[in-house]
Ligand binder design. Structure first.
Ligand code: ANZ
Length: 954
């Protein structure tokens, strides 16, 4: 029988399906292991060969753990709400629910094709009302809690109300949007609307007017991580700043715990560093400056309080509330002009372009609390409204931006830190001795910072403060395709929640779901739905894409529960994710949001751990080969003129060339530097791009045009070299490889092993279809250990020591490498093992049985078939993973070269445990040695264990 992946794979998929082989029970008698993939959003493009890389890796690991005796949870689902799914629907002119379902079917069939061991009975779909009921429920829990800084956890808003009733804000230390303080009496006197507004300042999801990234083309507000270089990440549309009222999530309340939690997870250093920078903790102090002739004061945040004697001016963010108040009549025009300029700039422009120094003087002066000198107050775009207090004391000697500003506008510069002892240090290094700084003079910077903080606290003009760059996450989308927010407003605008028994608040069917060109969300147009509660108006914004993905991994534990998002028993058993594999692009999005939600759910006792993902691995991207043809920008005799890439480079005319990406399969032997198109590929190219049917193709070896060629030799000599590079796999470059095509040709097992063989999981690597042949040959060779010349060849003879050694060497290598997720070296170890067995002509059952079990995580279909060939009845997935027997790996004897004065004169085999004395004696007795030492004096015999015996004679 020959190896036929197609029929084998079909047979075993059916078997797995019919026998529910991958169904997972919450069987607490076994130790658990949870392997999670980042679930895909079901886009219309389907999977390409890059997507399954992580899925194959996690599947191998899940299967391995199962065979090691663990009860393994390995689920899959769909992140189906959100912008991408909706945009696809809009482009295709179908309803998102319809396109999402179609896409889910396609994804499912593509994944099924690859032989994954997912328990599909646990599938989640974030756009399914039975799922988003719980997303809404968790949202309401966030809404009903605030962050108590003293308890360092989330607490019920109802407790806060009790505090307000008793003592007002006295004794309340909570995470808020704004500092507020009031008495119990004031609270009692407030209207319901006023109270609602106060509570919003505390809720963990809250409404607030905020400047948002407004994208006209997408008709929505974008999160910061959806904006790249001032345009939307999807589609590259312009983004401007606009104030609207919307929901936010108080992620900042968790900043410190998000940071410290990174010490307790096994994540890649690069990822932890990204989150650390994103959180951006900085230690310093608040300091208050009087304004000359005004009652108001300016509060600044500084990381360098020690430099206060060098603070020669102040800068407010243009949006700072005091700007209008303190600007003098003389300066009003200058300030107004400047504000107009700033409005045209995005936050990103403002922080990235430091080259141009811009600003305007308010005409007002502050008083430096240490020098008691008057210092001018300016406004400038480099001070951001959303960070610290939106105001700074400017120290030209300590901060480069302040220095540039002072130089540009001719402001005073006082040196305050002498760094001559630290020739390599810059201002940011926080080293040096204080000068011109009163009581700080002579102190080292670090001590001076501490001394200043003590002094300002003593004087009552400031206090220590830790700031974070992290911002609260935007939680509103003015879009249709998302979870409705279960909040209603009465006629006075007082918000309240929907009761639990009204959940899910279902997204209504709407024909016209596209975003309009205002900030109003599409749901607001559905008057019937918006007013479905008598006397109330429902919230029209929907939740952001990250809502559903912030907790989906908990739902897999108990996916069909209607009483809770998952039962306590299920969560106590599965606990949290042991291994999470996914793309590095989610570092500060999904992975921040889900950690925040998880910490919140932990605070209120709903999940058993503080961190959701113990170990995390980012798989590298699979890249594509990009092929370009060279087209001359100028036509020749009115014809488009393609030129051989090599030739163009030689002629040095690259500036006169346009690069046209072409389908990689038009190109022969692609891969740098020898990719070329022959006449048949040029013909296929013309069929694909008929606008070039008359073009001139100037190849190496001749010219081709309109079906005719002029060549020095035959048509076969015409080679049109292309330009190959490794880059993104993308439709744009016509280099997308669909896994289904590979599976059709080679089988899923071959595809799986080949993807792993490409290189280390974490590394980016180019897809190269050529290499797959090697893996396919390997599988056929493996098959030939079972079937020789089409006949069953398995024998019950006892294996030799050598055969056992080959097998156990592979078991040892593969089992350690799987644990390290080094699947590429596992595949090589399989290849070495099969080659060696082939050389030994081994067909023994005692060897093939463990080999088949070991193969099962990698090539599951083939392993099932071979397992059956070996006469087994149950699925190989229920068998144990083989264990290496070290006794087979020990060398019995070693062949030593026996040298005289360093020259090899003979060899001898010694058992590994032979003593040095015995080796020396035996060596000297060898006949071949005797003749060399005859009559000479033996000065020394050197024995290097496992290496050599050297006899020194003279
Ligand atoms: C005086 C000073 C002297 C400063 C000195 C630095 C060096 P990080 O580490 O980023 O937190 N700053 C404060 N708020 C700002 C805002 N809204 N926009 C722009 N800059 C702001 O840096 C904090 C420092 O950045 C603060 O310390 C402040 O300048 C500035 F030798 O105060 B410093």
């Amino acid at each position: 029988m020959d190896y036929s992946p197609r029929s084998i794979e079909k047979k075993w998929k059916k078997y797995w399906d019919e026998n529910a082989v991958y169904k997972v029970y919450n069987d607490t008698s076994k130790p658990k292991y949870y392997v999670l993939d980042m679930f895909p959003y079901p886009s219309g493009a389907g999977l390409h060969v890059g997507h399954p890389l992580g899925y194959i890796a996690s599947d191998i690991f899940a299967r391995f753990k199962r065979m090691k005796g663990f009860n393994v949870l390995h689920p899959m689902g769909y992140d189906a709400f959100g912008l991408p799914a909706e945009q696809y629907a809009v482009t295709m002119g179908v309803h998102p629910a319809v396109s999402t379902n179609q896409n889910i079917k396609m994804f499912r069939s593509q994944m099924d094709n690859l032989g994954f061991s997912f328990d599909w009975s646990r599938q989640v779909n974030t756009s399914d009302p039975n799922y988003y009921k719980w997303t809404q429920w968790i949202f309401l829990k966030l809404y009903e809690h605030y962050y108590d800084n003293d308890a360092d956890k989330a607490m019920p808003i109802s407790d806060l109300i009790v505090k307000f009733e008793g003592n007002g804000t006295a004794g309340v230390n909570a995470a808020t949007s704004e500092d507020v303080s009031f008495t119990a009496e004031a609270w009692q006197k407030m209207s319901p609307r006023e109270r609602a507004d106060i509570l919003m300042n505390y809720r963990l999801v809250y409404r607030k007017e905020s400047m948002v990234n407004w994208c006209e083309a997408l008709g929505t507000v974008l999160a910061n991580d959806e904006v790249k270089d001032g345009v939307s990440e999807r589609g590259g549309h312009p983004v401007v700043q606009k104030p609207i009222i919307q929901w936010s999530m108080r992620t900042t309340a968790y900043a410190e715990r998000l940071l410290s939690g990174l010490n307790n997870v096994d994540w890649p250093d690069a990822l932890r560093a990204q989150q650390t920078n994103w959180i951006g903790r900085s230690e310093g102090g608040h300091m208050v400056f009087d304004i000359d002739g005004h009652g108001d004061k300016i509060k600044v945040f500084t990381t360098r309080p020690d430099t206060v004697f060098g603070a020669t001016f102040m800068v407010l963010a243009p949006e700072h509330e005091l700007v209008a108040k303190i600007t003098t009549n003389d300066q009003k025009q200058a300030i107004d002009d400047y504000l107009e300029y700033v409005n045209s700039r995005s936050e990103l422009d403002r922080i990235s372009e430091v080259k141009n120094v811009t600003g305007a003087f308010t005409g007002a002066y502050a008083v430096n609390p240490m020098t008691e000198e008057n210092i001018p107050i300016w406004i400038s775009e480099y001070v951001l409204a959303g960070y610290g207090t939106g105001a700074i004391m400017a120290v030209p000697d300590g901060d480069l931006r302040d220095k540039k500003f002072a130089e540009h506008f001719g402001l005073n510069i006082i040196p305050v830190v002498d760094q001559t002892m630290y020739p390599d240090a810059g201002p940011e290094d926080k080293v040096g001795k204080m000068i011109n700084s009163g009581f700080l003079n002579g102190m080292e910077v670090k001590d001076a910072i501490e001394a200043t903080l003590e002094e300002i606290e003593r004087k009552g003009i400031g206090e220590r403060k830790i700031n974070y760059k992290l911002r609260d996450a935007n939680y509103s989308r003015q879009r249709y395709w998302g979870e409705p927010v279960p909040i209603k407003y009465d006629a006075d605008g007082v918000d309240s929640r929907l009761p639990d028994n009204e959940l899910p608040l279902e997204l209504p069917e709407m024909e016209d779901f596209e975003p309009g060109n205002s900030t109003e969300a599409p749901l607001a147009r559905n008057k019937e739905w918006i007013h479905s509660y008598e006397g109330y108006r429902l919230e029209a914004d929907t939740m952001p894409g990250f809502a559903g993905s912030s907790w989906y991994f908990m739902r897999y534990m108990d996916p069909n529960n209607d009483e809770a998002f998952a039962s306590k028993e299920a969560m106590d058993y599965w606990e949290s994710v042991d291994l999470y594999i996914g793309g590095a692009e989610h570092a500060v999005g999904h992975l921040m949001y889900s950690r925040t939600w998880h910490k919140f759910l932990f605070d209120i006792g709903l999940v058993p751990t503080d961190e959701p993902f113990k170990k995390l691995v980012n798989q590298g991207m699979i890249q594509g080969v990009i092929e370009h043809m060279y087209l001359k920008k100028e036509k020749t005799d009115g014809f488009s003129h393609f030129i051989c890439a090599r030739h163009a480079a030689e002629l040095n005319i690259l500036d006169k060339i346009a690069k046209i990406p072409v389908y990689v399969d038009f190109v022969n032997a692609y891969g740098t530097p020898d990719s070329y198109m022959d006449i048949s590929s040029i013909k296929r190219f013309i069929e694909w791009r008929p606008e070039y049917k008359n073009a001139i193709f100037e190849c190496s070896g001749g010219v081709y045009q309109k079906g005719e060629y002029k060549s020095h030799g035959t048509a076969n000599d015409l080679h049109m070299f292309t330009d190959s590079e490794v880059g993104k796999m993308s439709k744009r470059y016509f280099n997308v490889v669909n896994p289904d095509d590979i599976v059709n040709n080679y089988g899923a097992d071959c595809f799986r092993m080949y993807e792993m063989f490409l290189g280390p999981l974490e590394q980016a690597k180019p897809w190269d279809t050529k290499g797959i042949e090697g893996v396919s040959k390997f599988l056929r060779k493996l098959w030939s250990l079972f079937y020789a010349d089409g006949e069953l060849a398995v024998s019950d003879e006892a294996p030799t020591k050598e055969e056992f050694k080959v097998l156990h060497t592979a078991i040892k290598k593969i089992s350690t490498d799987i644990e390290r997720l080094a699947f590429n070296t596992c595949v090589s170890a399989f290849m070495v093992c099969v080659n060696d067995l082939k050389k030994l002509n081994s067909h023994k059952r005692e060897i093939l049985d463990p080999l088949t079990r070991m193969l099962s995580p990698f090539a599951p279909h083939l392993a099932e078939e071979l397992w059956q060939v070996l006469g087994q009845e149950a699925s190989v997935t229920t068998a144990d993973f083989p264990v290496a027997d070290e006794s087979y790996l020990k060398e019995d004897s070693i062949t030593y070269p026996i040298c005289i004065n360093g020259k090899k004169r003979a060899t001898a085999d010694f058992a590994v445990d032979t003593s040095k004395e015995d080796m020396e004696k035996a060596s000297l007795e060898l006949e071949a040695i005797q003749k060399w030492i005859d009559g000479k004096t033996i000065r020394k015999v050197i024995i290097v264990p496992k290496r050599m015996v050297n006899i020194v004679v003279g």
